[in-house]
Design a protein around this ligand. Sequence first.
Ligand SMILES: NC(=O)c1ccc[n+]([C@@H]2O[C@H](COP(=O)([O-])OP(=O)(O)OC[C@H]3O[C@@H](n4cnc5c(N)ncnc54)[C@H](OP(=O)(O)O)[C@@H]3O)[C@@H](O)[C@H]2O)c1
Length: 349
Amino acid sequence: VNSREAWWLPRAGSLARLERRADRIPDPGPGEARVRVRAVGLNFADIFAAHGLYSATPSGAFIPGLECAGVVEALGPGDGGAFRTGDPVMVLTRFGACASVLNIPIKYLHPLAPGTDYIAGAAFPVQALTAWYGLVELGALAAGETVLLHSAAGGVGLMSLAILETVGAQAVAVVGGEDKRAFLVRSYGLQEASIIVRTRRGFARALDGALAALDRRGFDIVFDATAGEYLKPGLERLAPEGRYVLFGAASFMTHGARPDYLTLAWRYLRRPRIDPLSMIDRNRGLLAFNLIWLFQEAVRLPAAYAAAQRLVRRPPHVHAVLPFEQAPEAFALLQSGRTIGKVVLELRS
Ligand SMILES: NC(=O)c1ccc[n+]([C@@H]2O[C@H](COP(=O)([O-])OP(=O)(O)OC[C@H]3O[C@@H](n4cnc5c(N)ncnc54)[C@H](OP(=O)(O)O)[C@@H]3O)[C@@H](O)[C@H]2O)c1
């Protein structure tokens, strides 16, 4: 039995319920590894889960965290596969990563590439696999295509930009603030005309302006995890054979520790409704996914990692590294919508 520290939510509904507890876990069972966690990657889905708005959230008490990086400390009985004690690894979890130690089936481990530190390792799995799965696997991204990328300076957004760079596709990037625009120009070499700072009014006009500046008649892919009122203007501007890939609803996020149910209900009632019949004549498609699917289809993970690692040629951009003890502050930071790239919790070795 191994003692550890973990951040628990006794039940979903409010981030204010986060509490750090000491507990114990058993030795790893057959097919499992015990991982000493060095860094935890935070995801927007953690906040939806804490608010009780994410269907994949465990019922009852749970530990947030969908990914981490650390060291294999022990292997359970049986075949440890390619892993040995002492190996540095990246880990995908279906929650449970906000802990100093965890047991996890070895199928959810992936070797940390030589020269990659734990912070970068914790910043990679969910957001890189999401960008790869949505853009390449589902979206069939090809060289020369034009992609409307929502939240382009976020965790998934920057991974997506890295993939577009490698493939040779161009982005029209949508962001929530001027600081993010400046970052994308400075660090990713995007043209001013290809960046839209999102405003309620004038979004459709801004899309038309960006397309005109690129001399394109429409977007080949719209990659959107914000949904809400920004969905239809993008959908209407898909080129023939265009794919709208929807994978989240960040615009539904409210700002307190607990959800603002009145605002949520209003946004839900006003959510976009799409007539699939209208899509036939225009030769365009709508795809949607949740990465939990790949977690269930774990046999596909090694190939998915290999593809994502081949396409994402930049190290993850990390907005902030906070000590493990400051998880509530780290979640609040990510929830603010102001972060550029990844927020990571670090554990002392
Ligand atoms: N389906 C899946 O399997 C899957 C997997 C991973 C992530 N996701 C989704 O992909 C999105 C990005 O995830 P991430 O972890 O990389 O997060 P992130 O993009 O680093 O952060 C979320 C971003 O959402 C934008 N946003 C839009 N409306 C917002 C609001 N009302 N409140 C706060 N932020 C708002 C903000 O950027 P801007 O204001 O600049 O747009 C914010 O930075 C999230 O919606 C997440 O749920 C889905």
